[in-house]
Design a protein around this ligand. Sequence first.
Ligand code: PMP
Length: 408
Amino acid sequence: MSRFEQITDLEKRYLLQTYNRYPVALEKGKGVFVFDFEGNRYLDFVSGIGVNALGHAHPRIVKAIRDQAAKVIHLSNLYYNEYQGQLAERLCQLSGLDRAFFQNSGTEAIEGSIKLARLAGHRAGGDAKCRLVALEGSYHGRTFGALSLTGQEKHRKGFEPLLGDVTFVPQNDIAALRAAINGNTCAIVLEPIFGEGGILECSEEFLRECRALAAQHQAALIFDEIQCGLGRTGTMFAFQTFGVVPDILAIAKPIAAGLPLGAFLAREQFATAISPGQHGTTFGGGPLACRVGLEYLAIVEEEKLLENVARVGAYLTQQLQMLVDKYAATQGVRGRGFIQGLVLDIPARPLVEQGLTEGVLFNATQDTVLRFLPPFLLQEKHVDKGIRVLKKLLGKKRKKQQNVESAA
Ligand code: PMP
């Protein structure tokens, strides 16, 4: 039995069968590459769904983990640790928000965010001020609160009843947004760029309207930047790209370079709605994860990775657009920086599987979108390799007279 068969056999017998994994078992990584157990190398355009922004085995991250693990990994929130306040300070400086709470995942960051918004809502308008507005097609996580905000039937089905106080509006539909919000709204929750939903951007106009309506109704504007934040758009936070500042910001994925850490940040006006004992976590904000979080932010700054995301991201857009111009199975390019999607009119998964045999990790979402969430270290030559492979896999060229713009 091969190592791959041993691994997959055990999983088939002992794991809940929830994942439809790609047929590869990975052993290790270095920079923008990962390696399977046979030593085959893959160029990584996925970074563990947007987590490994610093690639794999970054020497400074390895050193910080080694050093801190030998001192102390976990203490609980019964005691102070050296790094939680420091990381909160840095995130507040970078975002302009006032306070942070640390969780263990993106989903938990969403849960914390809506709990805080509920408290602030009740404080401002009594029990009735509890309603949430979210977007159709969104994704916020799998727990009951986060799932209740997730506007995709395929994730919700079978788990009802969920929170009943959520109104969904189509992304970028200002009239529907206005109709959905009233004095009983405590929060508007949205991803500035849908990740799982297929790399779809909110318009600046829509975001500005959300901002104005939230202020008008004393509701919290919550941005879920779990996938699009912390550098992926070429600014530290996606809201800085769009120029609209939220009241509460949920982040996770790359913050601790692969260790589980999520957080929500809040403006003081909302942060003061919570009192001791109303929220908490055993693991969240531990010294190891927070120290690595500080190291992550320092590396992004010192290695000028945001500049790299902006430059190589623009190159990726240009190269993907070139594919759209040439290949019949492509429809358009969406997103920016290192959160982009190539929209196909064929299923994306077979392409991802063929990519494996060509030594490249791609990812598919919403059936027909090839999603790119590469490490921030990715260079133009890596884009070229990905594009070469896609050219091979995309098959038929477009006929000259076909109108590409109308297909996008
Ligand atoms: N929100 C968004 C926008 C996400 O992309 C994700 C994860 N893909 C989540 C929430 C949930 O995060 P986690 O899986 O870390 O709980």
